[in-house]
Design a protein around this ligand. Sequence first.
Ligand code: HXC
Length: 281
Amino acid sequence: MYADGLLKDRVIVITGGGSGLGRSMALRCAELGAKVVISGRRQEKLDEVVAEIAADGGEALGVPTDIRDYAAVEAMVEQTVARFGRIDSLVNNAAGNFICPTEELSPGGFQAIVSIVLNGTFHVTHAVGKHMIAQGTGGSILSITAVYAPAGSAFVVPSACAKSGVLALTRSLAVEWARHKIRLNAIAPGPFPTKGAWSRLVPPGMDEELFKKKIPLRRYGEHIELANLAVYLLSEQSGYVTGQQFAIDGGESVNMGMFNALTELPPELVAAGMRAMRPKK
Ligand code: HXC
């Protein structure tokens, strides 16, 4: 889909890059020539991805970082610059989430998610953004939000609140930092099966096919599909795009029309009913 070397020598920081969608984006960026810095909480996961990239001839650095800790984030930025000399792009991918009836949620549970997703994303965006401004060569910052960031969602209230905050951060800074040639965009994924998300979001015994019923394309996303959209938004090819959230969700976010429910019924039955309603000539 992309020319070899599209991201050649670009330095891209990816939070939560040791597993799931973060790992998939890291591998794809490295394949296209980027120098990738992956941060995450578990050293062994980071080591695995760094080794995978190196085995493929790419260059990567793993920096264990808890993004809730601003000093740790600043140290990660310093290590990145010490190794690669600059930062061109950031992917805010690290997240936390669990499913819980809100009346059973504790303030600590709410705080646990918001401190990773909203405070953590702010910390990394702020520390990397300050570096990009000082560097003076612009940059692109991409945040992974959720289809429910603008709309809200039952049972994941802390995540919905935090992701909608990340969307506000994206739109606000797209304007504020445009004069520094820093672009900010977001990707809102629908369901993309990952071990981390599924184990926390699909209760045992619940039909994991349930979510497909709301998706017009009737399937879950493939990691490479999301990684390719991320590459577009990180590359100079999207130089005029900023402040936007792109859903990649098989049509889930536009499946709201009153008559959409009719697509659930046998097409011939629906068509016959509609024909019967036509005025007779
Ligand atoms: C209710 C829960 C809970 C649960 C934790 N808590 N899990 N409450 N139901 N399932 C509460 C605890 O009781 C505690 O409250 C508080 O949250 C903190 O819990 P800890 O375990 O101490 O937190 P911590 O070790 O910081 O772990 C953070 C975490 C954990 C978010 C809870 O799951 C984690 O580390 N997740 C990282 C990876 C992840 O979540 N990946 C999924 C991302 S998927 P008290 O009151 O006792 O303090 C995603 C995609 C969304 O974001 C889009 C889907 C379509």
